[in-house]
Design a protein around this ligand. Structure first.
Ligand SMILES: Cc1cc2nc3c(=O)[nH]c(=O)nc-3n(C[C@H](O)[C@H](O)[C@H](O)COP(=O)(O)OP(=O)(O)OC[C@H]3O[C@@H](n4cnc5c(N)ncnc54)[C@H](O)[C@@H]3O)c2cc1C
Length: 473
């Protein structure tokens, strides 16, 4: 948009109520230009936040807290905090309470792990998140695996807290409006905003812009319009479909600790993160549980390019050496020689009977066979299968509790100390719009809270003239 046309639009949009009203009447379905109803004092600066999700609302509250005289407007195309509502199966896994060390915390971000080793979480880490919500009246609990939830077990507690805090701080929340275009003229931003209900277009000016649009394509487009590149978005955090129909028989079985390795044809390097240890769950379509979700996150890009086809090798006895696995089988054979192999098996492996039968089937051994007749070669094969059980991945399943997108604005294009764009002053980003994603466990919301907080602080301090580049490093 040229300078001249921008001025025209501004005059048209902001100065003439009469013209706007008549335009509004002209048609309810065609696109018209009306001023956005944002109260602003003449010398007041304005921050527009694109997106009323976790990062946007938290950033807006923080900016308004640091600079109460700043005019803060959040523009949300749908309902605010809608992902918070459905998150964690409706319970909202707010953050993770087990990672107090930033280096360990950073390891939970397949995209972001290198950059987050620095100052990012020092400004606002998981402990700060917990303190913030507790101080604002939300009681939290840390579950055994580190996931933090409201004691109410309801995401409404988080939503109600954020909404009332936004209101109390004086944040203006405009819903049902989508920011369609963004340009920058003379150090100010000009946004075209479509009112979904009226089908009209409004124009709004901003001194500061915080793009917190999550994984929306429109948000990526706004970032591009303002000079940023976008790393292609691909899904992260999903389960694996397998072609093993027999798996269905023990669907619902959980293995508390397995070691799983993802092998993909297009991955030359032996990536450390492609091997994960933890609980695994068998579902009627394949494999799930924390171990699989972590593999899906670390392998998100590579799995996408391989068409979600690869092999997962599972070690069901990760704390045992293969020789110990063999000796246990040998001992069992001599002790229970007269028992059927399907009825008696070593308890040391911690396996359920249904899975033991599956292993026998895969080895082609009849469950009716007595232990006495099991050959040494068969014992070795069972031991190998327990240590290296291959499952062919044939597709991507759904993980309903959490889902994120890998890709977005590259972290190299923003300053993590302030969340400000390195390409355009006064433009800030926070949350999933960035090329950041975490594994499951509260890490994705933590990225949103941290980014929103840092951006809000930076903007607020800029308003007061106390902002310094790299102030928080
Ligand atoms: C089902 C599900 C469950 C999840 N559970 C968890 C969990 O328990 N713990 C966890 O840590 N993470 C969880 N996540 C991930 C987490 O929800 C996201 O990482 C987080 O919401 C990102 O916050 P955000 O503010 O960056 O983006 P979002 O929450 O996606 O918010 C972005 C907002 O911007 C709006 N928007 C986009 N473009 C425009 C535009 N042009 N104009 C106006 N508005 C716009 C969108 O409507 C949206 O409301 C879950 C995700 C899903 C899908």
């Amino acid at each position: 948009m040229s300078f001249t046309s921008t001025r025209l639009v501004l005059r048209f949009g902001f100065s003439s109520e009469a013209v706007c009203t008549s335009l509004k009447r002209k048609s309810s379905t065609t696109t018209t230009t009306i001023p956005i109803p944002v109260a602003q004092k003449s010398n007041e600066e304005r921050l527009v936040v694109v997106g009323g999700g976790a990062a946007g609302v938290f950033g807006a509250i923080r900016a308004k807290t640091v600079a109460p005289d700043l005019n803060v407007v959040v523009i949300e195309q749908g309902k605010p905090l809608s992902k918070v509502r459905v998150s964690g199966g409706g319970r909202c896994n707010v953050t993770n309470g087990h990672c107090r060390d930033n280096m360990i915390l950073a390891e939970n971000y397949p995209r972001g792990h290198k950059e987050f080793r620095g100052s990012f979480f020092n400004m606002h880490g998981p402990v700060d998140t917990m303190t913030w919500f507790t101080n604002h009246g939300v009681e939290l609990k840390v579950e055994e695996d580190g996931r933090v939830f409201p004691v109410s077990n309801s995401s409404s507690s988080i939503i109600d807290c954020l909404m009332s805090e936004a209101k109390r701080a004086g944040v203006s929340l405009q819903t049902g409006k989508a920011v369609r275009t963004a340009s920058s003229v003379d150090g100010k931003f000009l946004l075209s905003v479509e009112n979904n209900k009226l089908r009209s277009v409004e124009y709004v000016e901003a001194d500061y812009l915080l793009i917190a649009s999550g994984n929306s394509r429109q948000g990526y487009s706004l970032a591009s319009q303002l000079g940023h590149s976008i790393v292609d978005p691909v899904p992260s955090l999903f389960t694996f479909k397998t072609d093993d129909l027999q798996l269905e028989e023990f669907s619902g079985v959980t293995f508390p600790k397995v070691k799983a390795k993802l092998i993909l044809e297009n991955v030359r390097r032996d990536m450390q993160q492609f091997t994960q240890v933890g609980p695994m769950l068998v579902t009627h379509w394949g494999l799930s549980g924390p171990v699989i979700l972590r593999l899906s996150a670390w392998g998100a890009r590579e799995l996408f390019s391989s068409g979600y086809s690869g092999v997962v090798t599972v070690d069901f006895t990760p704390d045992m050496h293969i020789e110990d696995v063999k000796s246990i089988l040998g001992r069992h054979k001599s002790q229970f020689a007269k028992q059927k192999v399907s009825n008696s098996y070593p308890s040391e492996y911690g396996l359920v009977k249904r899975f033991w039968k599956y292993l026998l089937d895969r080895q082609g051994l009849s469950g009716e066979m007595l232990w006495a007749s099991v050959s040494n070669n068969s014992l070795i094969s069972i031991a190998s299968l327990l240590k290296h059980c291959n499952f062919q991945v044939t597709g991507k399943g759904q993980f309903k509790d959490e889902f994120v997108t890998a890709g977005g604005v590259p972290l190299s294009e923003i300053s993590l100390n302030t969340m400000e764009s390195k390409r355009r002053p006064s433009l800030f980003f926070a949350g999933e719009v960035l090329n950041v994603d975490g594994v499951t466990g509260g890490f994705n919301f933590q990225n949103a809270w941290s980014g929103g907080y840092i951006a809000g602080t930076s903007i607020g301090e800029r308003v007061h003239g106390s902002y310094r580049e790299g102030a928080y490093s």
